[in-house]
Design a binder for this molecule. Structure first.
Ligand SMILES: Nc1ncnc2c1ncn2[C@@H]1O[C@H](COP(=O)(O)OP(=O)(O)OP(=O)(O)O)[C@@H](O)[C@H]1O
Ligand SMILES: [Mg+2]
Length: 263
């Protein structure tokens, strides 16, 4: 059997000396889509940033491997080249670089010299993906995310996902701020990526997204780690009943990570 696409074991992460992730573990295999849900401030975005190598997040112990390779040893650009992709909760705007230029350099950065995607093939692929995501052609020539509405930014993150074809994608609140039609379009994009060579971790607050993107597993995060896992029925129960029953079941008083610690 091959190594899991993503394996995180007993990960501890601190920011400015404060521990945010505490003994976080997860395993995602090729072809699987996992969802992480959890109340605000429980460490979900911290997890995404730490895996991508954000310099602010200090990994104090634990391991992250992709196909058995140590991710924590890689530079940030090497992580992307190894097939990791992060759609951030708050995508940044970059003035002076068009969306199309950004995508083309990002694709070619991951390829050997001489293997670059030709301009013709790139344009064909871009047209095809923008079509599927029902995006207006003008977005290719606009500066990256500049002046994009909240929903347009999210759609653009999925365009990046489809163009870059990563092995493992982490989508942080890709559904936030989307209208119902956009939610369906974004879900269509993620579902089109499904396959044995793709693994995905979706961070969301809403079960509604998981009606469109059926997860193989659902995890609940509290206090910087996974406290409960199940199938999509777990998301349905959370939607109906909230988180209190889990806190009661596990004897958790405060689910956040940032309490009872010295600053
Ligand atoms: N760069 C940072 N500097 C200081 N504190 C941080 C930083 N990043 C995260 N934290 C703190 O870590 C805790 C977890 O934050 P995180 O963004 O991971 O939560 P989350 O689970 O994604 O919440 P939400 O559902 O609201 O997005 C919060 O208390 C937050 O203030
Ligand atoms: Mg978050």
């Amino acid at each position: 059997m091959s190594a899991p696409f993503l394996k995180i074991e007993n990960l501890h992460v601190s920011i400015e000396g404060k521990e945010i992730l505490k003994d976080f573990s997860i395993e995602i295999n090729g072809g699987e889509i996992h969802a992480i849900m959890g109340p605000n401030g429980t460490g979900k975005s911290t997890l995404a940033s730490a895996i991508m190598g954000h310099p602010k997040y200090e990994i104090t112990s634990g391991s992250v491997t992709m196909n058995g390779e140590d991710v924590l040893e890689m530079e940030v650009d090497e992580r992307a080249q190894a097939g990791l992709f992060l759609a951030m909760q708050y995508p940044s705007e970059i003035s002076g670089i068009t969306n199309a230029d950004f995508l083309r350099s990002a694709i070619n950065a991951g390829r050997e010299e001489g293997e670059e995607l030709s301009l013709m093939k790139f344009i064909r692929k871009l047209d095809e993906k923008m079509d599927l995501l029902e995006m207006d052609q003008q977005f290719a020539q606009r500066y990256l995310n500049e002046g994009f509405s909240g929903g347009e930014k999210k759609r653009n993150e999925i365009l990046q996902l489809m163009m870059l074809e990563p092995k493992l994608a982490i989508l942080d609140e890709i559904d936030s701020g989307l209208d119902i039609d956009a939610l369906k379009v974004v879900s269509k994009g993620v579902n089109a990526m499904r396959g044995s060579e793709f693994g995905c971790l979706i961070i969301t607050h809403y079960q509604r997204l998981l009606d469109y993107i059926k997860p193989d597993k659902v995890h609940v995060m509290m206090q910087g780690r996974i406290v409960k896992s199940g199938g999509s029925e777990l998301a349905q129960r959370l939607e109906a009943e909230g988180y209190d029953w889990i806190k009661e079941e596990l004897g958790i008083e405060d689910e956040r990570v940032n309490v009872n610690q010295e600053a």
